[in-house]
Design a protein around this ligand. Sequence first.
Ligand SMILES: CC(C)(COP(=O)(O)OP(=O)(O)OC[C@H]1O[C@@H](n2cnc3c(N)ncnc32)[C@H](O)[C@@H]1OP(=O)(O)O)[C@@H](O)C(=O)NCCC(=O)NCCS
Length: 406
Amino acid sequence: MSFKIAAESFPITPLEVVVREYDEERDKAGVEELERRCEIGQRGKPSMVTDLLGDPIGRVRNCCLRVMLVAEYGEREIVGVIRGSIKTVTNGKKAANGVPCFEKLAYILGLRVSTTHRRLGIATKLVQHLEQWCTQNGANFSYMATECTNKPSINLFTAKCNYLKFRTPAMLVQPVHAHYKPLGSGVAVVRVPPHLAESIYRRVFANSELFPQDIDQILKNKLNLGTFIAIPKKLLTQWNPKTGVLPNSFAILSVWNTKEVFQLQVKGVSKLTYACCAGSRVLDSLMPWLSIPSIPNFFRKFGVYFLFGLHMEGKGASRLMKSLCAFAHNMASHDDGCGAVVAEVGQRDPVREAIPHWRKFSWAEDLWCIKKLAAAKQEAGEECGPLDWFKSQPSSSVIFVDPRDL
Ligand SMILES: CC(C)(COP(=O)(O)OP(=O)(O)OC[C@H]1O[C@@H](n2cnc3c(N)ncnc32)[C@H](O)[C@@H]1OP(=O)(O)O)[C@@H](O)C(=O)NCCC(=O)NCCS
């Protein structure tokens, strides 16, 4: 695929930029260089740098329908990049016969433009060409996520590309400490096999938004470290997972290892902040019995475990969920270089209150914006009806956040 952007698109310099599909052999070095120089964050403030571990397409590699486009200027200089993927997900509605309605949805991620080529319309063109690919591949909607403070990105998508603010899930971050976190007395944690996890998830997330039809592929993926259920110990002997019948009280989640796809590093903090963080670790190692909540070394590369498919039911479910999060934290603390355990959940999702996190490192609102790409096609016999997804109130407080989108 190759698109030419007319020189007159640019008011400042008559550049010639070609937008085309990423070619690993030709573009890998250029994209890596661009990513290295692109820091996300506000100027003069600490920023997060992403290392894609030598695989620029890695962030969408786990999706079946995906693309990566590059913007090339002049003699093979890569000045912009964007990724996209398409999947079929629930939209939170139900047909008259009670069956969940699905929608073909594109996700836009990993957009970067070289700092020396900004405000020249390159990101706009990358988004437009990606949307064209999404439409050609059957997506009815596309959405993207950004930090509420990322003005350039918000302006680009809302003012320039006609996206509307859609959902604002909370990103909850828990640093990983050397200390073991107790699971809570009377709680048993059991690993469930992928086929059982799939049937539970299909049941409990049937009415949520964005639950992917190919959940089985996610659960089978090697980045999925497992699905775990916490139940009261006293119910353990009565529960036979093979029957598929769940105990009255339980909590469930799965753990995704993003460490194999990308690593993060915090840059640009003041010397004082750096010294305080290092000091907390020294104190902690000298006096481990005090269990000082020291701040992990986020200034060198670290990986993240992402918790997804979080759901809880029944009496004492919040305590069961807290135990599961402690269990996931302990898994992460045994994995060298894993700096944080992260979960993203809807603002009004009941699990939100049960997920331990540090407010300082979390985002109260991750901004998701959505756009209708084409007139939503209605298949013959389909009972879901035409959808004005972004204009309607969320039908469920639960959003399934796909770990492949992180
Ligand atoms: C966001 C980003 C991709 C924009 O790239 P760009 O090529 O400069 O964007 P464009 O030239 O196409 O700008 C289109 C519109 O976006 C908005 N915009 C872009 N940069 C802006 C800025 N610094 N401040 C305010 N608005 C901005 C404007 O509305 C602009 O239209 P205008 O120039 O007519 O006013 C780029 O700044 C970037 O790579 N940032 C770091 C990575 C990032 O934040 N990616 C987005 C993650 S979702």
